[in-house]
Design a protein around this ligand. Structure first.
Ligand code: NIG
Ligand code: FE
Length: 412
């Protein structure tokens, strides 16, 4: 078969070839091919191999000389709050003085400040701000993301965010899997009536399901936000309607959100800085992914999640940015990977599995992306580094030079 595109002269190509979810010590395994090439046809991978590729070429085949660069699957950032209005640099000053994140929220700032701005923003303003962020993410090698609503906290604005993501997914090379997160905070107008807000959300879920804008529901299960019983109530309604579910769990206080996620069959439980030793064991027995967000620990100056204990006990981990204006304002996904090496004590191979194959798994994308294997989407990045470990060592800069999404060169 003749390829549309061949990337050749690759010093080393690294990819998982394991079946997802990749758990525990298996996360340390990555397949490496020296002097590799990738052949692409109709946006899909036709072959990944070393040696001779001339059987795949004719006059119409586009050839890319990788010049001894490193080749990886495109990164998957599986937890972001991409669509929001404005920024919160004023709050950064408060955080540095030691004002707790949850106190800022309790006083009507934090997430609620961004809710005000997002409610007032037009579709176009939200689209433009997010498009710019996606462009930055792409240059850092991200080819797929998850994006949450949750800065509307009313049906109209939640839908506006989901529609923005729908349009961005159509117009930008990065694929976006969106998630409804009306349970991101309690809106001001329901401050003294959380129960009614939960009932309203449960009604809204019916409409959101029928809109076909998303298949996922996420809840911020945290002190002062939604407790275990409230989270369970919302998530069970979501499950009854056919949604898949996720939780922001055990981020600040150990409420037991991770255990609840496993009980309800969540695709991922995210954050986990305060997860109990008991819930690590429960998580290890499940196929729910532990989605760790080290950029948030770094920015909020909080402890990092105990990723080592989770891996050593057999959990499957993914790593994401949590990109948002209040607890992780960066689109630099390589920095997130570098923080994982330094602060989560993960090996280069474990991190690569976390940001590719395992991230694809909990977004329901294992068939299409997350590894460089025949038949999958040609989501490919080239990095100007000598080996995989170097990416985590030489930190804070961008090593990605080329990005190919579904067989198309989108960064060169
Ligand atoms: O995942 N934890 C809750 N939500 C976001 C923060 C959003 C914000 O502060 O705007 C998070 O960290
Ligand atoms: Fe988040």
């Amino acid at each position: 078969m003749i390829a549309d595109l061949i990337i050749y002269n690759i010093r080393k190509l690294y990819t998982s070839t394991e079946k997802a979810p990749v758990k525990g010590y298996s996360m340390g395994r990555i397949n490496m091919i020296s002097n590799a090439f990738v052949a692409v046809k109709d946006g899909k991978i036709l072959d990944v191999n070393s040696g001779d590729f001339k059987n795949y070429i004719n006059f119409s085949t586009k050839l890319i000389d990788a010049n001894h660069k490193i080749c990886l699957p495109g990164f998957i950032d599986s937890h972001t709050h991409l669509v929001h209005a404005g920024s919160r640099e004023d709050e950064f000053e408060k955080l540095k003085k030691g004002v707790p994140y949850l106190e800022i929220l309790k006083n009507g700032g934090g997430i609620l400040g961004t809710v005000d701005k997002t409610r007032h923003a037009t579709f176009e303003q939200l689209f433009d701000q997010a498009y710019k962020s996606l462009d930055t993410m792409l240059t850092f090698g991200v080819t797929t993301i998850e994006g949450k609503s949750g800065y509307g906290l009313c049906l109209e604005t939640e839908l506006k965010q989901l529609k923005v993501m729908y349009e961005l997914n159509r117009k930008h090379p990065i694929d976006i899997i969106s998630t409804y997160m009306g349970a991101h905070a309690v809106p001001r107008e329901y401050e003294h009536n959380k129960k009614s807000y939960i009932e309203k959300m449960k009604e809204d879920l019916v409409y959101i399901k029928s809109s076909n804008l998303t298949n996922y529901v996420d809840v911020f299960c945290e002190t002062g936000v939604f407790d275990i019983e409230e989270s369970k109530d919302i998530l069970k309604s979501a499950l009854d309607l056919g949604f898949k579910i996720k939780l922001h769990a055990d981020e600040i206080d150990p409420l037991g959100g991770a255990g609840l996620g496993v009980e309800l069959g969540a695709t991922s439980v995210d954050h986990l800085m305060a997860i109990s030793p008991k819930d690590i064991k429960v998580l290890a027995q499940s196929n729910t992914i532990a989605n760790i967000l080290p950029g948030t620990s770094f920015y909020l100056n909080k402890p990092f999640a105990n990723a080592r204990a989770m891996i050593d006990q057999g959990c499957a981990l993914s790593i994401s940015s949590d990109y948002n204006p209040g607890s992780c304002p960066t689109e630099n996904f390589q920095l997130i990977c570098q923080l994982s090496a330094n602060h989560l004590k993960m090996s280069p191979e474990e991190i690569l599995n976390a940001v590719t194959v395992n991230a694809a798994y909990h977004l329901g994308l294992s068939e299409n992306t997350g590894t460089l294997e025949i038949g999958k989407d040609a989501d490919i990045i080239l990095l100007d580094i000598p080996n995989l470990a170097y990416m985590f060592y030489h930190f804070g800069i961008n090593h990605v030079t080329d990005v190919i999404k579904k067989g198309k060169v989108v960064v060169k």
